[in-house]
Ligand binder design. Structure first.
Ligand code: ATP
Ligand code: BTN
Length: 272
């Protein structure tokens, strides 16, 4: 039995119900892989696949995404944009803004964003990951399709994970119901993606920076095998690139193949 009933969800989506076509599965390999297959067969923009269980949930940079039906929401949304992929820089940050706003609308506090794709919860002694975003783009002559995969922890995960993780329940005074969470995210996503389609990331930059966990704070940037770069995080530019003030000037980081951590945490390296 699936935990999400699309008919019940439609009532929660209200006026926006017509913009989404939601299919709920008990299990699949990955909602993003499943949606990609459906997109290849012509599924329309606004198609959503939500699954109770993923046998091969994928995270960024080839990592696994671990989840259980009782404690998380795992879903993917297909969105088609005009133009090529170059015009979509900052999309994962825009989706982060939608997630943070949706969680605040549900009463959450302490929600913040980490470049380029994480939603974090500010905890007593640091930050813990609440949700992850995986964006996969492909273009053809008609435009660009984005598969937007979202894994959101409703309860703190029990699995052992490389970084601290948290659940939305820890951010809200009242208990959160999965229908309310999914509906709130889809409603906010439609609003943010409409804005992004017309005005690009530029229009969301200030909102993103308000949620930014380490705005103007010292951070370290860890690349594959590199010595970490230390600097002060200045936020992001109009394209969603990370701006890092280092000893050698302001570095602009566009590639997501790096990990951002607050300075002082493990793996600190050369000083700025
Ligand atoms: P980076 O920090 O390099 O940007 P990331 O965003 O992929 O990487 P982290 O936040 O560093 O990941 O660490 C989270 C790790 O835990 C990742 O490897 C992620 O795939 C994994 N993970 C798996 N399932 C969950 C989950 N349910 N909640 C939080 N993290 C999870
Ligand atoms: C990350 O933080 O690395 C991104 C995690 C994205 C996980 C979601 S769960 C739903 C969708 N299906 C997947 O296989 N991955 C994304």
């Amino acid at each position: 039995m699936t935990l999400i009933d699309p008919v019940l969800l439609k009532t929660r989506l209200g006026a926006l119900a017509g913009r989404f076509d939601v299919d709920a599965l008990a299990e699949c390999d990955s909602t993003s892989s499943e949606l990609m297959r459906r997109a290849e067969r012509g599924a329309p923009s606004g198609t959503v696949v939500v699954a109770d269980r993923q046998s091969a949930g994928r995270g960024r940079r080839g990592r696994n995404w671990l989840s259980s039906p009782e404690s998380s929401l795992t879903f993917s949304v297909l969105w088609r944009f005009p133009g090529n992929a170059a015009g979509l820089s900052g999309l994962s940050l825009a989706v982060g803004v939608a997630l943070a706003e949706a969680m605040e609308n549900l009463g959450a506090s302490g929600v913040c964003l980490k470049w380029p794709n994480d939603v974090l919860l500010r905890t007593g002694d640091g930050f813990a990951k609440l949700a992850g975003i995986l964006i996969e783009l492909s273009s053809d002559r008609r435009g660009t399709q984005a598969i937007i995969g979202i894994g959101l922890n409703l309860l703190p995960p029990v699995d052992e994970l490389p970084q601290p993780a948290a659940g939305l329940s820890q951010a809200c005074a009242q208990s959160v119901d999965r229908y309310a969470v999914l509906a709130a995210v889809l409603v906010q996503l439609a609003a943010v993606l409409d804005d992004f389609t017309v005005n690009r990331f530029f229009c969301l930059k200030m909102k993103w920076q308000r949620y930014h966990a380490w705005q103007d704070l010292p951070v370290q940037l860890i690349g594959d095998g590199d010595t970490p770069t230390l600097g002060r995080c200045l936020g992001v530019d109009d394209d969603g690139a990370l701006l890092l003030e280092t000893a050698s000037g302001i570095e602009r980081i566009l590639s997501g193949d790096v990990s951002l951590r607050p300075a002082g945490s493990k793996m600190e390296g050369r000083s700025a």
